[in-house]
Design a protein around this ligand. Structure first.
Ligand SMILES: Cc1cc2nc3c(=O)[nH]c(=O)nc-3n(C[C@H](O)[C@H](O)[C@H](O)COP(=O)(O)O)c2cc1C
Length: 244
């Protein structure tokens, strides 16, 4: 029998190793949009969802729902809806605009580009154009009456509601990573919420919060580029000394 102290040391080492793996995963989980054609087994996806469900949410109400979109005709229709949202997005970007961003006063004054014209303008994109063939397509829904949106009514763009859903998405992506999968969370599909809800039979009290696609990455993804800590964290005041 092993000595009790040895077991404790083993446990500490084990926890440390797993923490290294966790931080490494956090630093290297990139958006993956190109996948090997192999399918992902249901058991793998079930495990990913099972890990992701431990995400936090306001009041622990867990307002997320997931529709696993499998039928080819549904996937094709969602691809077409996504491409419309993508065209709108690109129209902003080519004009040097942040798509659908609120103004300096925190309010959205309506479209900054002609959306109808944008949707009619082709915006070829490898990912969008072949979206129907991703190994796993997950439509992410949020149960609106469950959201404690504590910044409602502040006279600016609300941001809190999504926070009860998107940690679940990051968990999904990290859990997928642990299975050797990659993926990306997307939101341009939300532009076509009515069509997505119609296609998937989603009740009125749910919003389309995004779409997550997963699969085995077609290639190794490069190093992530992110701002340094001292560029976004400050001591005591917004214009305080950088917390570096
Ligand atoms: C809120 C949000 C919305 C996003 N929407 C889309 C999208 O609609 N389409 C897309 O291809 N990627 C989308 N992304 C992925 C981002 O483009 C990606 O996370 C970002 O560029 C960083 O990529 P990297 O981790 O590979 O550096 C979204 C990410 C987030 C967090």
């Amino acid at each position: 029998m092993r000595h009790a102290n040895t077991q404790v040391v083993d446990q500490v080492i084990d926890v440390t190793l797993r923490l290294v793996e966790l931080t490494e995963a956090m630093r290297t989980t990139a958006a993956v949009r190109a996948f090997a054609p192999e399918p992902v087994h249901d058991d793998v996806l079930r495990r990913v969802l099972d890990e992701a469900r431990f995400a936090p949410s306001g009041g622990n109400r867990q307002p997320w729902r997931v529709v696993v979109v499998e039928r080819p005709e549904l996937r094709a229709a969602i691809r077409d809806a996504y491409r419309l949202g993508w065209s709108e997005y690109v129209a902003h970007v080519v004009s040097g605009l942040v798509p659908f961003a609120p103004g300096a006063d925190g309010r959205w004054d309506g479209p900054a580009v002609d959306l109808e014209q944008a949707r009619a303008t082709p915006a070829p994109d490898e990912f969008a154009d072949h979206l129907d063939s991703v190994p796993i397509m997950l439509m992410l829904l949020a149960h609106l009456p469950s959201l404690a949106v504590t910044d409602n009514g502040l006279g600016r763009q609300s941001i809190v509601g999504g926070a009860s859903v998107y940690p679940f998405v990051q968990n999904l992506l990290l859990a997928a990573r642990a299975e050797g999968l990659g993926g990306v969370m997307t939101t341009v599909i939300c532009r076509q919420e009515a069509e997505v809800k119609r296609l998937l039979g989603v009740p009125a009290q749910f919003a389309v919060a995004g779409m997550v696609v997963l699969g085995r990455p077609a290639r190794q993804v490069g190093r992530l580029r992110r701002r340094e800590v001292g560029e976004f964290a400050f001591r005591d005041a917004f214009d305080g000394a950088p917390f570096a």
